[in-house]
Each structure stands twice: as C-alpha cells, then as structure tokens.
Design a protein around this ligand. Structure first.
Ligand SMILES: Nc1ncnc2c1ncn2[C@@H]1O[C@H](COP(=O)(O)OP(=O)(O)OP(=O)(O)O)[C@@H](O)[C@H]1O
Ligand SMILES: [Mg+2]
Length: 330
C-alpha cells in the first residue's frame, strides 16, 4: 500500500470573476486553474511546466491559501487544509518566489529575515535561533558573516539562497518553488538547482517546482505535469515524459529544450504558432487545438479527457497513442 501523500490536490479550480463591462454586462470568468489533481509523496519533486499565463502561479497560490479555491480540495498528510490552523500549515508548507529581491524586506538583515519564522513558526527560543541561523546559512552555502548584511548587498543567486533559508527557517518540509531560478543567469541557475537537489537529499524535502521550460525540471523532478491554459494536459514520471511525450504541446515544449552535445539541427523543431495570450479555455474542445499540428475537427468540438487509457500515463489528447511528431516537424 502506498503511504499517504504529503500533499494532495483534488479537482482544484480557481476562477477569477470577469470585470464588469459598460452597461452592466460582465466579462466571462477567467478559469485560471481547472480540475487540477495530483499527489506528492514525501521526499519527491513534481515539476509543473507551461508557458506564461497558463496558471502555474495561481495553482501554487491557491494551494498556499493565498487565493480562495473556486472548487476542489487540498490535503496535507491526508488532512483537508481548511481544517489545519494557518500557523501549523505555514510551519509545514512554504513558498519560494521567482524574484528573491522583491520578496525580501530591504530593511531587514539576513539574520532578522530568518528570525521571524524561527520564532513564530518553528517556535525556537533566542539561543536556539542563534544556532539555527548559523546552521541555515551553512546549509544554503552562505558565509556566517553574511548574517548582518542587507538584501541589496547580495547577488541574485545569493538572494535566492536567502529565500530558501527563510523557507527552511519556518521548519517547512514542503516547498512550493515558483520559477525560483528564472530570474538568474544560466550558470547561477545551475548552482541554485544543485543546492535544491542537495537539500532535498539531505533533508528529505518535498517540492512542487514551477518552471516555464522543461530543461529546468529535468534533473530535479521525479514527475512532471505539463499545463496548458489552466489544465494539466500530460503528467508522467520524468523519464517517461522526456523519452515518450504524448501530448503535442509537450512535444512542442520538448523540441525547444537544448540537449547537451547535440546540435540543434538534429532535434525536431516543432513550433506552436502564436502564444496562449488572449486565448481562453471555454471547455468546448481542446484548448490547444488552435495551435496544434495534429488537430482535426473533432478536437475543436470534444474536450479530450485527461486519462491514462491510451498510453499508461495521463494525457489529454484524442490522439495520445499516435502523436508521432516527425511528419509535422518544420
Ligand atoms: N488576481 C488575479 N485576478 C485576475 N486574474 C488573474 C489574477 N492572477 C492571475 N490572473 C490571470 O490568471 C491567468 C494565470 O495567471 P498565472 O499568473 O497563474 O500564470 P503563470 O503560469 O504563473 O504565468 P507566468 O509564467 O507569467 O508567471 C492569467 O490569465 C492571469 O492574467
Ligand atoms: Mg507565474
């Protein structure tokens, strides 16, 4: 029998109400997250990947309770989070933001930033906080003397290390990482990803790792969910998803991932025309159909269910078992 997942999301929905237009008409609600379900075992990492505006941050914020869900539920260790006191939840689940600079208080030293969660969430007394602060800096690879410095004195990568230390200061074991390396230079990205991997190994942390490109999640995540306009369209263990992607959107994302040692020309180049901005998912037909190389009339009329009937892992495509993209490469 499988253990109870540390984090489970069932049928989660978040709709933003449409703005009122002139003459009293209201724009339709924007369905930023639609029927998203997954479960995460302790010590595992799930990557959530998709282009800008597909609802990744809204998903993470709804799990955190920063947005009231429109439907569905979130469970922590099998308990509905609505039954868990805020403080207890915050001592288990923490957010790491994309932009470490704007998420750190510029008037607080590193030591002060770490102090509040250690005191209020981890419940440590002054001597224990002193010791733990030094331990945390060491864990994230920052020198002890950095404790007295302010955010502006650090580089982007160092600030993200502080953001990670702050999450750990709360004693959290589940981290929701919202594009934690997107704002960093490529070489610094690799260092922060290595740090996250090391922390996961040493502390047994559980990650929900959000990114807009697949390359970032490739080495860190056990499982990957691909999101398009609010819905998961494919989810599989990492090796399966990279070896045998089935959704045309996953193919398109993968064809943009550079492979070390392989010239770009050797890879298929699939291009989904346009981007998702301005598109909405009305729930009629497949939302990706307007950009899909494989689409047929049926795709615009009938919403493909997300199930594993065709290929053994969940894919929401009518042609999941025959989406060989070679004949469509440009
Ligand atoms: N507070 C809000 N009110 C209304 N609409 C919102 C709100 N927050 C997000 N949205 C809309 O919900 C959709 C999903 O946004 P979200 O920020 O979750 O996307 P994302 O995948 O995180 O994008 P990015 O990669 O750019 O961070 C977008 O269309 C966005 O405009
Ligand atoms: Mg976002």
């Amino acid at each position: 029998m499988r253990a109870t997942p540390v984090l489970e999301v069932r049928g989660l929905e978040k709709h933003f109400l449409g703005r009122r237009r002139l003459f009293g008409a209201t724009a339709p609600a924007l369905k930023a997250v639609q029927l998203v379900s997954f479960s995460l075992q302790a010590g595992n990492a799930l990557g959530v990947v998709g282009e800008s505006g597909c609802g990744k941050s809204t998903l993470a914020k709804t799990i955190m309770g920063l947005h009231e869900p429109t439907g569905g539920e979130v469970l922590l260790d099998g308990r509905d989070v609505r039954d868990i006191p805020r403080k207890e939840f915050a001592s288990r689940v923490q957010f790491v933001f994309q932009d470490p600079y704007s998420s750190l208080n510029p008037r607080k030293t590193v030591r002060q930033t770490l102090d509040a969660p250690m005191r209020h969430l981890a419940g440590l007394d002054a001597p224990a906080r002193e010791e733990r602060a030094a331990e945390l800096l060491d864990l994230v690879g920052l020198r002890p003397e950095f404790a007295g410095r302010y955010p502006h004195e650090f580089s982007g990568g160092q600030r993200q290390r502080i953001g990670i230390a702050r999450a750990l200061a709360a004693s959290a074991d589940v981290l929701l990482l919202d594009e934690p390396v997107s704002a960093l230079d490529v070489s610094v990205q690799a260092q922060v990803l290595n740090l996250l991997r090391k922390l996961q190994r040493e502390l047994g942390l559980t990650y929900l790792f959000i990114a807009h490109d697949l390359a970032v999640v490739e080495n860190l995540c056990d499982e990957v969910a691909v999101m398009y306009l609010g819905r998961i369209v494919e989810q599989a263990p990492r090796e399966v998803l990279f070896r045998e992607p089935r959704h045309p959107y996953t193919h398109t994302l993968l064809s943009a991932v550079p492979v070390p040692g392989q010239a770009r020309g050797q890879r298929l180049r699939l291009v989904a025309p346009g981007d998702a901005s301005g598109l909405t998912d009305e729930g009629v037909g497949c939302a990706f159909a307007p950009r899909c190389y494989r689409a047929e009339p049926r795709c615009r009329e009938e919403l493909p269910p997300l199930d594993d009937a065709a290929v053994g892992h969940p894919v929401a495509c009518h042609f999941a078992s025959d989406t060989d993209p070679k004949e469509h490469a440009g």
